[in-house]
Write a protein that binds this ligand. Structure first.
Ligand SMILES: [Fe+2]
Length: 295
């Protein structure tokens, strides 16, 4: 019998993000999905401790990282993709609709150096694309809703679903970011839940809802269909959309929204250093009219 693929999960408690290392045991080829850059917003400092941990495990497994993949342009953490690419020579990949996300956010930050065609990434995946991690076949499913560019990666009996559904006791992702759509999210989730019931689902986040004392990021299609509090079998599109609109209206902006988006639409690159050697991120600020008039 052939050895099963090896999946290692790495949980970042700061952003509640789960990154994955997927290794093909036959060829030792590997992919990293949704790697987190350690970013201290208060101090304005970025580090690669978390990404380094993933590489250390890859090394222990004698794995060769060939892909650094994103499920979407994250709004709650910065990606460590450029550093991982530099260390491993891996290719970066994301959903082709990232161009849409760039078109939405380039003007928000007034960034001249962002392409509008996803050129910052090595590979742009369309729905139904296949690619290989060594001997493992990866199928790409376009699963928009949380963002227009969200994709899920299906490998054998596992699917990495990004921000679509979370654990059954927590529900689904928010759909209120620019370009997001609760209706599209519902359809994407139903598509994922139409996969074979035993399919293992690996999530991008866990927020440990009240009543649970430990973080979990793996479940199954069957468990989601039976138990997901927001989108179990029987919840209609209209019910889901109404619930999502109500919930999303109550949610605050993620703490790292502004730094994350402007870095992640550049595939993780920071702006070039300015004259004094420092690099700067941008914070667009909306002023109340009476303030705007005087400052
Ligand atoms: Fe997200």
């Amino acid at each position: 019998m052939t050895e099963p693929m090896r999946i290692s999960a790495f949980f970042d408690e700061t952003s509640h993000t789960v990154s994955y290392l997927v290794v093909d045991p036959a060829t030792r080829a590997a992919a990293i999905i949704d790697a987190v850059l350690d970013y201290d917003h208060r101090a304005g400092r970025a580090d690669v401790t978390s990404a380094g941990r993933i590489l250390a495990v890859a090394e222990q497994l004698s794995a060769r990282v060939e892909w650094v993949l994103e499920t979407h342009v994250h709004a709650d953490h910065l990606t460590a993709a450029p550093w991982l690419k530099a260390k491993t020579g891996a290719k970066t990949g994301i959903g082709a609709e990232v161009a849409q996300v760039q078109k939405i956010f380039r003007p928000v930050f007034d960034l001249a150096d962002v392409s509008l065609d996803g050129a910052e990434f090595d590979r742009l995946f369309a729905d139904g694309d296949h690619f290989a991690i060594g001997g493992l076949d990866v199928e790409v499913l376009h699963t928009p809703g949380h963002t227009p560019a969200c994709v899920s990666y299906r490998i054998g009996d596992a699917v990495f679903v990004g921000d679509t559904v979370f654990m059954p006791d927590y529900g689904a992702a928010r759909a209120d970011f620019p370009g997001g759509s609760a209706r599209a999210l519902y359809r994407s989730i139903r598509r994922l839940l139409a996969l074979p019931p035993e399919t293992r689902m690996f999530l991008c986040h866990d927020y440990k809802p009240p009543g649970r004392d430990h973080f979990v990021w793996e479940t199954t299609v069957a468990a989601q269909r039976a138990e997901n509090v927001q989108v179990h079998d029987g919840v209609s599109e209209e019910e889901f959309v109404a619930m999502r609109h109500k919930r999303d209206a109550e949610l605050a902006a993620p703490e790292l929204l502004l730094p994350s988006i402007q870095v992640n639409i550049r595939a993780g690159r920071f702006p070039r250093a300015e004259s004094q050697g420092a690099r700067f991120l941008r914070i667009p600020v909306k002023l109340a009219p009476e303030l705007d008039a005087v400052v």
